[in-house]
Design a binder for this molecule. Structure first.
Ligand code: ZN
Length: 318
């Protein structure tokens, strides 16, 4: 049974707790007032992880970067929920690849003015990725037409740099006080990517003339940048499975080093084709799911894709 003394001390504690709540309340108000005086962090909404990584490299933790699609989702086939639409409306900046990849986003993007949107595909890199590709006769192959329609542009590291530049310039325009730090991050990303690209170009020279087949047509930009050659894919660049004729023609290819599988697609067709060709299956995730959003995240994504190609070409070819 509690004594009078105990009850008193409980009462005293309650009073003390009330006082600290009051103190906490005024502290919170002080923070709010301070925040009103300085520009708030922009809410930057990206669609897929590669864009999250690029935006993260440019803006670090300063911007509130959120990603619309979960890592496991296929951007080719996605439908927006109400919560997604709200996020698109709230975002200060929406970064997407463009209608060729995220067709589900076209309407929602149209609702935002061009000043609130960066369309990656609209910003071609200054440094061209390739001379006209050899072997235009391959069917269905990695010809220039594929390069133009393939929306997986972030796999060309120079295109990634171009998108990073656009993000930095958008942020600097609206937050001029952040200019120095944004420019420093952009320079760090550009330097890192250029060093990585030139090292990979040297390394991949030995794979010239070797050919790969992919499950879905996601690698033409990477291949063009590093002079690798695709003999075609099981799915076209809009994610649709090729017909029997297309698959038959893939089976006839000679000198194929491997078939690339992807985490989001059923690997059975890939395994079947690889068995027919007598080559290995290598899995590469073009979306870089699970790559941490730390400084250098985009470079890590390019490195992970390069590692897949290394595994494809390094062994004996079929
Ligand atoms: Zn794709």
């Amino acid at each position: 049974m509690p004594s009078a003394g105990n009850r008193l001390s409980v009462k005293a504690l309650l009073i003390l707790a009330g006082c600290s709540l009051l103190l906490l309340g005024s502290a919170a108000r002080a923070v709010e007032t301070e925040a009103d005086a300085t520009p708030t962090r922009p809410l930057v909404l990206t669609t897929i992880r590669p864009l999250t990584l690029i935006a993260g490299d440019v803006a670090g933790d300063w911007a509130d970067i959120r990603q619309l699609l979960p890592d496991g989702a296929l951007p080719h086939h996605f439908s927006l929920k109400m919560s997604h639409r709200n996020l698109i409306d709230q975002a200060d900046l929406v970064i997407w690849i463009g209608p060729a990849l995220e067709s589900f986003l076209v309407k929602a993007i149209a609702g935002r003015g061009p000043g609130a949107v960066i369309t990656g595909i609209a910003r071609e890199p200054l440094v061209g990725s390739s001379e006209p590709l050899a072997d235009e006769g391959r069917e269905p192959g990695n010809n220039r037409a594929t390069l133009i329609t393939d929306p997986h542009i972030w796999l060309d590291p120079e295109w990634g740099v171009a998108i990073a530049e656009e993000i930095a310039s958008w942020l600097i325009q609206r937050y001029p006080d952040r200019e120095a730090s944004l420019l420093a991050s952009l320079a760090a990303l550009t330097t890192e990517i250029r060093i990585e690209t030139s090292a990979l170009m040297d390394e991949f020279k030995q794979y010239e003339g070797k050919v790969f087949i992919s499950d879905h047509d996601a690698f033409s930009h990477f291949a063009a940048r590093f002079h690798l050659e695709s003999a075609g894919s099981l799915h076209d660049d809009s994610g649709l499975l090729r017909g029997a004729r297309g698959v038959y023609s893939l089976r006839q290819q000679r000198g194929v080093a491997c078939v690339l599988a992807e985490p989001r697609y059923d690997a059975r067709r890939v395994e079947e084709l690889a068995r027919d060709l007598g080559v290995r299956v290598v899995t590469i995730d073009p979306l870089g799911s699970g790559i941490a959003r730390t400084q250098g995240g985009y470079s890590a994504l390019i490195g992970a894709v390069a590692q897949g190609f290394r595994a494809c070409f390094a062994g004996k070819s079929g």
